[in-house]
Design a binder for this molecule. Structure first.
Ligand SMILES: [Zn+2]
Ligand SMILES: [Zn+2]
Length: 315
């Protein structure tokens, strides 16, 4: 089945919300599942506007424990309880996340459904699903912070049963092995190569999200050839020093990382409230990496293996 990922930006502001931008959050919808990155205040409101739904299979990945990336969790969990969610909710994030959830549960009451917290201690694969992985990459912010890379596993190539029969492979478990790219040996000792029976495997979709961070080469490496890189761009070039002091990136720095990683598309987010008009950030980024756009709240991107389309925000 051809996979499509729908990326919905729920909050695109840096540090504090503005009239048009809510605090940091985005979701990726993939085959009925919702994968959220960050959950700033106001996230549930934007979820309603974007028709994301509160009862779906869902995982949340928090980049770091600054309020603008996680204060949406208490309200979201409370709404899910009110709506009698039953499915488990998995939340991943740096150490301290468990204390945060415990602290508000103490006052608001325990969630009415299972909430599983996974505290990430170092970089690496934090979730390994059958069809995709989520990798945490250490970010360079003021506190333990992670960037995340969501990558689909290669899709096995097309299986040709006629060819299998022709080469004398009996229908059964050996077919399964071949379908997954493994060579097999028949009872009579004949070796059959998967590549003779199965077409080439196809690359999955890869999306990288920086969270808050100074530009880092580790993130560039981990995001290599991504279909989409979502990078914070809190400041413009004139505030490069401020970006450095506050462990953030400028739009130009984000573009340099995207160029280095040879991604197909860059989206800038976490835009400081000082820019009611972010066009200067876009100009500075595009000078380095032309395939750049600025995220807007409720903007939707559809990513498939052939490319990406932007669905404009409905007003
Ligand atoms: Zn932030
Ligand atoms: Zn931060």
């Amino acid at each position: 089945m051809v996979s499509v990922m729908k990326v919905i930006f729920l909050g695109t502001s840096g540090s504090m919300p503005t009239q048009s931008r809510s605090s940091a959050s985005l979701v990726i919808k993939r085959k009925g599942e919702v994968i959220m990155f960050d959950c700033g205040e106001g996230t549930q409101r934007r979820m309603v506007e974007a028709h994301v739904g509160f009862r779906r299979s869902m995982k949340i990945f928090i980049s770091h424990l600054h309020g603008d990336h996680l204060l949406g969790l208490p309200g979201l969990i409370q709404t899910m309880t009110l709506l009698q969610r039953e499915k488990e909710l998995e939340i991943y994030g740096p150490i301290g996340l468990l204390d945060f959830i415990k602290a508000f549960s103490l006052v608001l009451g325990e969630p009415g459904f299972p909430v599983k917290i996974y505290e990430i201690k170092s970089h690496g694969i934090v979730r390994d699903e059958e069809e995709y992985q989520v990798i945490a990459v250490e970010a360079d912010h003021m506190m333990p912070s992670y960037s995340y890379v969501l990558e689909e596993k290669p899709i096995p190539g097309v299986f040709y049963p006629e060819k299998a029969k022709e080469l004398g492979v009996p229908e059964g478990p050996l077919w399964g092995k071949l379908q997954h790219g493994h060579d097999v040996t028949l009872k009579d000792g004949t070796k059959v190569k998967a590549s003779d029976i199965v077409g080439p495997s196809r690359k999955g979709i890869k999306i990288a999200y920086s969270g808050d961070t100074k530009p880092t080469s580790v993130f560039a490496e981990a995001s290599e050839s991504s279909d989409l890189m979502i990078h914070e761009a809190t400041f413009d070039n004139s505030l490069k020093e401020k970006a450095d002091e506050n462990y953030h990136s400028t739009a130009e720095q984000a573009a340099i990382i995207a160029k280095k990683a040879e991604v197909k598309q860059l989206v800038l987010t976490h835009i400081s409230s000082r820019y009611p008009d972010a066009s200067q950030l876009l100009i500075e980024a595009k000078r380095v990496f032309d395939k750049t756009i600025i995220a807007e709240d409720l903007m939707v991107l559809e990513v498939d293996r052939d490319g990406l389309s932007v669905i404009p925000v409905k007003n």
